[in-house]
Design a protein around this ligand. Structure first.
Ligand code: ARG
Length: 464
């Protein structure tokens, strides 16, 4: 068998010419998938252990291969290896280096496997640990949000619909809404673990293998829960990538909604929150400026996350089974998505630790816009056995009167209120108190101080 001097690739006997340098440049993925080196080596070690256990390779060869793989792992870690585009990707680079270290016996490593199952196995392990890291970062955000909420149970602000003052709420209740969003994000990421826990290793190129392999053994050793069922589907499937990118997209969307809201609250028009100098940026021309760039960064990054999801969906659209080179780009997309969301989560956590509510301004704003009108309507229903619609009409008339007199609801005298509803007594005046309003929202999930305290305890237990 004469090896081709020009083509040093594994397929050099069959393919006589070296790959065109133009194609090598774009077709190789080593610059991207070198991030999978640890997973690749782990998977290869378990693979050869299994081959030995099944009497497919000898003890001596298995040990030699493992020795070589461990040496390569150290070399890559210490940047002592030349990973080259010539060998396309991380899998071929490692195999090539194994030949250099242990000689021809390296040739046994690829028995009963293909890069097609190898790459997905590496990748699933990587995505699984990224998923766990992302969830830990979300936990940090939940902890920071909880701390802030605990300090602000009695901070009163207006709740908005259509950005018009709607009803009085506690700022803590608002913050706990973010926790619900992040808890759902975690659930979404964790749902993907069902797929991520299915072991692709052993399906080989697309049809399985003639060797008597043991997929249950590699499943256990690599921390999966079960082997995948169908070899063709296994090498074609990237649903776990889509689910991961979708979970990232939704999480980014949550972050961008929060960021947008905080940008508005920080604007001079609202001035509901202040930012520490640690997280603001200045202007090159306007000396007075303290800009919330950090929030704008967070708002913008959701665009990148959606882009990643749509890139992957588009790559998969219409792609026949099974492996095609198109799939190689999945890594670049996922790595980018991982880096972006992690940065966003770190930055959001920094933000949460470095901003404060302008309590006075929040209260002042809550005292405008007849924010206790619903409380008054509820009061009329409860005390004068009116239908809600009737009470709503009476309250509307009272709001009209207050507006005409250029007063807040709470500034109307009993006599004035009686013009609209003569049966009213002094007792009604308590409904205009914002604290009373919040206190009375006791229905499960409502903003009452008691509910908030209970929920804080619950989240704290969950996050312990
Ligand atoms: N670098 C390739 C990828 O990530 C590995 C799989 C190659 N398989 C093949 N049949 N060419 O997609």
């Amino acid at each position: 068998m004469s090896k081709n001097k020009n083509n040093k690739a594994i397929w050099g006997v069959r393919i006589k010419k070296a790959t065109s340098s133009a194609f090598e440049k774009i077709g190789s993925s080593i610059d991207i998938d070198k991030r999978l080196y640890k997973e690749d080596i782990k998977v290869s070690k378990v693979h050869v252990e299994m081959l030995f256990k099944q009497k497919i390779i000898s003890f001596k060869i298995k040990n030699k291969i493992i020795y070589g793989l461990e040496k390569i792992e150290k070399e890559i870690k210490n940047n002592k290896i030349h990973l080259t585009k010539k060998y396309e990707d991380i899998h071929m680079n490692i195999e090539k280096r194994l030949f250099e270290i242990i000689g021809d016996e390296a040739g046994y490593i690829h028995t009963a496997r293909s890069r097609n199952d190898q790459v997905i196995t590496d990748f699933k392990i990587w995505v699984k640990s990224s998923t766990e890291e992302i969830c830990l970062k979300i936990d940090k955000i939940i902890t920071s949000t909880l701390k802030l909420a605990e300090k602000n149970i009695y901070t009163i602000m207006p709740g908005f619909t259509h950005f018009k003052n709607a009803q009085a709420i506690s700022f803590a209740h608002y913050l706990l809404a973010y926790i619900e969003m992040f808890n759902r994000d975690k659930r979404r990421f964790n749902n993907n673990l069902v797929s991520l826990n299915e072991n692709p290793l052993g399906v080989a190129a697309l049809s399985g293998t003639t060797f008597n392999i043991n997929r249950n053994y590699t499943t256990k050793k690599l921390g999966f829960k079960k082997p995948t069922n169908n070899s063709i589907d296994t090498v074609s499937d990237r649903d776990f990538v889509l689910d991961y990118l979708y979970a990232i997209s939704v999480c980014s969307m949550h972050i961008s909604r929060i960021a947008e809201e905080l940008i508005i609250w920080n604007s001079d028009a609202y001035n509901l929150i202040g930012l520490s100098d640690k997280i603001v940026t200045g202007s090159s021309i306007m000396p007075q400026k303290k800009n919330p760039d950090v929030l704008e960064y967070l708002r913008g990054k959701s665009g990148i996350s959606y882009g990643n999801l749509f890139s992957m969906l588009t790559i998969l659209k219409g792609l026949p089974l099974s492996y095609f080179k198109d799939l190689q780009d999945d890594k670049e997309i996922v790595f980018k998505a991982n880096d972006t969301i992690k940065d966003c989560l770190i930055i959001l956590d920094e933000f949460l630790k470095n901003f404060y509510p302008n309590k006075k301004q929040m209260l002042e704003l809550a005292n405008t816009g007849h924010i206790t009108a619903t409380d008054l309507a509820d009061y009329l229903v409860k005390n004068y056995s009116m239908s809600f619609r009737k009470a709503y009409e009476k309250t509307s008339a009272i709001v009209n009167l207050a507006e005409k007199k250029k007063k807040n609801l709470s500034q109307l005298s009993l006599e004035e209120l009686k013009i609209i509803e003569p049966k009213l007594t002094n007792k009604v005046l308590t409904v205009f108190d914002l604290k009373n309003s919040i206190k009375s929202k006791k229905s499960y999930g409502g903003t009452s101080f008691e509910n908030i305290k209970r929920m804080i305890m619950k989240y704290k237990k969950q996050n312990d």
